[in-house]
Design a protein around this ligand. Structure first.
Ligand code: DOR
Length: 444
């Protein structure tokens, strides 16, 4: 029997229904054979004892949108390196995207990825199946995936579904959640042509403008309404999309949405002055007005969860001129700190950050036994020092890409230890090789 007793911390207990904020209470926690077996006052020390006085004891973060590049581009990340970056960031489980090479769009490529993750991942894992115009049967027969990923606008990789008849077919058949990258391909192409081949990175957010996102989100909402289909809006970036969701309603839980930390705290056009093409991602960083709208939506409970869209590219790739440089930025090892720092600065509350990075994604994707400090749940834990301030340094980044958009920025609120099912995988700045990671279990 493998046991761990975490003593004297501040437990982040599950939110009361509808509040969207964990409840912080002093207490102890015990994990036996990977499962939380005692919560509150633990009378007897069993197994390893961890002193958590002064620390927040929260469920491990679930990052519901990452790109780990394996197979096909393992020079910039793989499941081993990406999952170790997760552990360093307090992330104990991730959901990974299908725009690898080959794409995760067949039963075979999905089986390969799961087997690879079982061999090399340090934290628990789940995968999206990617939609193509002709893999409808796979979308509905593949087992144990978090959802179907639809790129409505083109981004990194080859996946794209922009024709109405293809979208209708996918929404009409099956019941699995559909997660959309909501940018309208027709408008995107039109605007790219308008801005021409000499466009600069500072124009990235104008080319892929707010209207491009709103059009696609509205289209996805209408499809979801028409076919009564579960829909998740990935990395929402505009106040207008938030307003759309608010006014059209979220269909009694039929529709959910997420935002990325970088869309909340970075702004265009400043981001391009500081980071150039490193600040380029899809959908793009937007104006301060949009991020203020996203914060309001986040704090009102409209937004269900936080995701990083961790999209590593090497510095050499990012140094190419605009038009050739790939879009995307890494985030798994800093997302919790970026969000807790925002709470420290008064933009939100730590209780809300914790909820939206743990139970939020677990609820969206119907993940079993994760995302909450609750008896019988997996002992996935992040110990967090809310007062610790550390400056992000590219040289210390664990992602293979070796850089981070928040380089040089001091952030307050850092994970100091991470446990996956009761086994330490990160402590005091060091990674620890734990027992084998496991596949996330999805309900239904
Ligand atoms: O900026 C992005 N990069 N957005 C995406 O949707 C894909 C991602 C990537 O895979 O690089």
């Amino acid at each position: 029997m493998r046991s761990l007793t975490i003593r004297g911390g501040l437990l982040a207990l599950p939110a009361l229904s509808g509040t969207g904020e964990v409840r912080i209470q002093a207490g102890d926690l015990q994990i036996t054979d990977g499962t939380i077996t005692q919560l509150g006052l633990v009378s007897k020390d069993v197994g390893e004892i961890v002193d958590a006085r002064g620390l927040l004891v929260m469920p491990g973060v679930i990052d519901p949108q990452v790109h780990f590049r394996e197979p096909g581009a393992t020079h910039k990340e793989d499941l081993a390196s990406g999952s170790r970056a997760c552990a360093a960031g307090g992330v104990t489980a991730f959901l990974e995207m299908p725009n690898t090479n080959p794409t995760t769009t067949t039963l075979e490529t999905m089986a390969w990825k799961k087997a690879r993750a079982a061999e090399t991942s340090l934290v628990d894992y789940g995968f999206f199946i990617g939609a193509t115009p002709d893999n409808l049967e796979v979308l509905n027969t593949v087992e144990q995936v978090c959802g179907i990923k639809v790129f409505m606008g083109s981004s990194t990789g080859t996946l794209l579904i922009s024709e109405q008849q293809d979208l209708e077919r996918i929404f009409a058949h099956g019941s699995r959640l559909i997660a959309v990258h909501a940018e309208d391909e027709a408008r995107l192409l039109e605007r790219k042509a308008q801005f021409g081949p000499d466009a600069k990175v500072s124009q990235h957010s104008d080319i892929r403008d707010a209207e491009t996102a709103v059009l696609a989100t509205l289209r996805a909402l209408l499809l979801s309404e028409k076919h009564n289909r579960r829909l998740h809006i990935l990395h929402m970036t505009t106040k207008d999309e938030a307003e759309l969701l608010r006014t059209r309603g979220k269909g009694n839980g039929r529709v959910s949405c997420e935002v990325c930390p970088q869309h909340l705290v970075l702004h265009a056009p400043e981001v391009y002055e500081r980071l150039g093409t490193r600040g380029q991602m899809n959908p793009p960083i937007r104006s301060a007005e949009h991020s203020a709208g996203l914060w309001a939506a986040f704090n009102s409970g409209l937004i269900d969860c936080i995701a990083t869209d961790h999209a590593p590219h090497t510095l050499d790739e990012k140094a190419k001129p605009y038009g050739q440089a790939p879009s995307g930025m890494p985030g798994v090892e800093t997302s919790l700190a970026v969000m807790l720092d925002a709470a420290h600065r008064g933009l939100t509350k730590p209780e809300r950050v914790v909820h939206h990075m743990t139970q939020g994604p677990a609820d969206c994707y119907r993940i079993q036994r994760k995302g909450r400090l609750e008896l019988g749940f997996d002992g996935d834990i992040a110990l967090v020092d809310l007062k610790k301030t550390r400056r992000i340094e590219d040289g210390k980044i664990r992602s293979k890409c070796g850089w981070n958009p928040f380089e040089g920025v001091p952030l307050t609120g850092w994970p100091v230890a991470t446990f996956v099912r009761g086994a330490a995988v990160y402590r005091d700045g060091e990674l620890i090789e734990g027992p084998k990671a496991q596949a996330i279990v999805f309900e239904g």
